[in-house]
Design a binder for this molecule. Structure first.
Ligand code: PHB
Ligand code: FE
Length: 330
């Protein structure tokens, strides 16, 4: 059955199976789910993932429109963004699959994989399960199909054009706008800065309390743009439990730990070989190299500033060796 979603894009989906879930095909890949698991097949192999982790990863791939570089759902399945087209792969960045020649990769026009992933996320997310929430702040992903959670899976993604709080741009969060303080951030001061502008500049100076803003985030592991200066994007996020993807960088990313603690597993981007364990405590700053992949673990909700350079030139400068994969050498 072909479902037309965005104009001109046809998603290949079956009628619901005995568990109530549709099966989806994309090129030679096929995806299905039952009460606990997601199954995928490709011409040289098959794979199984837990439905909760799969939906958390899928949610981020969809919301971030395939992000920077590689979004690994686990050590086998993932996407690589070419900004216009997207590779979907199984085992491509896994040394064992590569050596056994069991890996498989196909390139798709972004609208086709975007609409297929959106339809899968919509069909497979049950009422009560919020893929962006921490495990203790959401219901279960499991069981036969029951209802939907469109409000959660299509929530607004914050992307400030200049800065949160600037008139006409993203606005600060309040109880009234539906963003109460998170249970782990009840002690975060909520006062907003006072502005004392020179006469004539009253409309041109803005400020906001970033800690208060983050204390009211209702999602985890979801960097959102709170300020933009050309390609320099401040993308803070609140973290709890495990980053649902293993991110393979196509540029350097800077991390500033604003509160609490995150443990990072850092691996070689292409093979998955272990490279480093990084434990970040408040005030720590790290530059994650452009040739790694990483996954974070946060024992309690914490605040992390991810600083991105959104320049479209970076992937080519790095892959051609014109730029080193690290911003500084000691
Ligand atoms: C990252 O891959 O750099 C990343 C992704 C999501 C986060 C934090 C960091 O919440
Ligand atoms: Fe990253």
């Amino acid at each position: 059955m072909a479902i037309e979603t965005a104009p001109g894009v046809e998603v290949d989906a079956s009628e619901p199976n005995q568990h109530g879930y549709r099966e989806f095909r994309l090129g030679e890949f096929a995806f299905s789910r039952d009460e606990y698991f997601v199954y995928m097949t490709w011409p040289t192999g098959r794979h199984v993932l837990s439905a909760d982790g799969f939906l958390r990863a899928l949610q981020r791939d969809v919301a971030w429109d395939f992000f920077y570089g590689i979004v690994n759902f686990d050590g086998v399945l993932g996407t690589m963004n070419h900004y216009g087209t997207v590779d979907l792969f199984a085992g491509r960045y896994n040394d064992s699959y590569r050596k056994a020649e069991l890996d498989h990769m196909e390139n798709f026009e972004t609208p086709l994989i975007r609409e297929t992933f959106k339809a899968m996320l919509d069909d497979w997310t049950n009422a009560g399960f919020d893929p962006f929430a921490s495990p203790t702040e959401t219901g279960s992903a499991f069981g036969p199909k029951s209802g939907e959670n469109r409000r959660a899976i299509t929530r607004h993604r914050v992307t400030a054009k200049r800065m949160v709080g600037v008139p006409g741009d993203e606005q600060i969060r309040t109880d009234e706008s539906g963003f109460p303080k998170n249970r782990h951030f009840l002690d975060v001061p909520q006062d907003e800065p006072e502005i004392d502008a020179e006469p004539g500049f009253e409309d041109e100076v803005c400020s906001f309390n970033l800690f208060a803003y983050l204390s009211r985030s209702d999602v985890t592991w979801n960097p959102s743009v709170v300020s933009a200066c050309k390609n320099s994007l401040y993308c803070p996020t609140t973290e709890e439990y495990i980053l649902p993807i293993i991110h393979g960088n196509d540029r350097v990313e800077w991390f500033v730990q604003l509160s609490d603690e995150i443990w990072w597993n850092v691996e070689d981007r292409d093979t998955g070989a272990a490279r480093a364990k990084v434990v970040m405590k408040p005030g720590d700053v790290a530059a994650m190299p452009a040739d790694i992949r990483h996954q974070g673990y946060a024992p309690k909700r914490s605040m992390l500033l991810v600083w991105e350079n959104a320049s479209p030139d970076l992937p080519e400068l790095l892959s051609s060796g014109k730029l080193p994969p690290v911003p500084v050498e000691f």
